[in-house]
Design a protein around this ligand. Structure first.
Ligand code: HEM
Length: 266
């Protein structure tokens, strides 16, 4: 290759504005807000020992063992880092943290932060709708088939190149799914807030399970949607780590350095 035809790496890459400012704000506000919702939700859940997980009609006990909510502080931990409390028998101990029997506090946080979670989520969806960014997030007709190829590609079982665009089909399904999960979280949350089984909102969930009341079904869905959020979080962060620092930096700064050819499809 002669020197005048040789391209420097600088020429092969272009700086693109990959993630608009609004999306980055909605995304990074949502992350801590969601975790505060889960933390305050656990305070509500763990305020009452009758809250047990049931699967296929069988009681499989509480979500986590008692000691996870109120773990005893080992002797070597300085007292100022621990929390004084009592166990169920009334004996005083020093704990690492205490998430037991904090119903009022949990509810206060949960219902306050729920506003932020909901408003942020609604603004995000409105932004997607009006800016046209929904085109990059909403799965296309053959998305399911393509998402299988993406998974096989990630597992190094499929080598052919995949279509290049901002989000692949698996990401589109996951991102659209997480938006729908947010909506379900909101609807089930409002349904179980000061519930009456006769209210129209609670009645939406009637008939989903012939043996349970509509209120119990709403509570069940609220809880398992939270678990699904945690599942999404683990896979999402795993994918972000796999995609690398450049991709993460793009979601923080908005800009990404991409291959000139690829930039056309973003
Ligand atoms: C549970 C909390 C989270 C939820 C619900 C969530 C959801 C989303 C959604 C819906 C998108 C697509 C945004 C759009 O373009 O409209 C996205 C993108 C992204 N998220 Fe998250 N996210 C969460 C936490 C995180 C965390 C903790 C990180 C960093 C470690 C992260 C890093 C990213 C990155 C880098 C992208 C861009 C993906 C790409 O360009 O390939 N997210 N996330």
């Amino acid at each position: 290759m002669t020197s005048d035809t040789q391209e420097t790496p600088r020429d092969e890459y272009v700086l693109v504005n990959k993630h608009p400012l609004a999306i980055r704000w909605f995304h990074w506000i949502n992350f801590p807000v969601l975790f505060l919702m889960i933390w305050s939700g656990v305070l509500i859940y763990w305020a009452n020992r009758v809250m047990h997980i049931r699967a296929f009609g069988h009681d499989i006990g509480p979500l986590f063992p008692d000691s996870w909510y109120q773990p005893m502080a080992p002797k070597w931990v300085p007292t100022w880092l621990t929390i004084a409390g009592t166990d169920d028998a009334g004996t005083a101990h020093q704990y690492l943290w205490n998430m037991s029997y904090r119903l009022a506090e949990g509810m206060a946080w949960h219902f306050t932060i729920a506003w932020l979670f909901t408003i942020n989520g609604i603004l995000y969806v409105l932004y997607l709708a009006f800016s046209g960014a929904w085109r990059q997030v909403l799965p296309r007709r053959n998305a399911f088939k393509e998402s299988i190829l993406v998974i096989l590609h990630d597992l190094y079982l499929y080598r052919k190149p995949l279509p290049v665009r901002k989000y692949n089909a698996a990401q589109q399904i996951a991102y659209t799914g997480v938006i729908l999960m947010g909506a379900l979280m909101f609807i089930t949350g409002v349904a179980i807030y000061k519930p009456s089984d006769q209210s129209w909102l609670v009645q939406i969930f009637a008939g989903l399970d012939r043996h349970e009341t509509a209120y119990t079904v709403a509570k069940f869905l609220h809880f398992w949607t939270t678990m699904a959020f945690l599942g999404f979080f683990v896979v999402h962060v795993g994918q972000v780590m796999k995609a690398g620092w450049k991709n993460f930096r793009g979601m923080v700064t908005g800009y990404d350095l991409v291959d000139r050819e690829e930039a056309i499809n973003l």
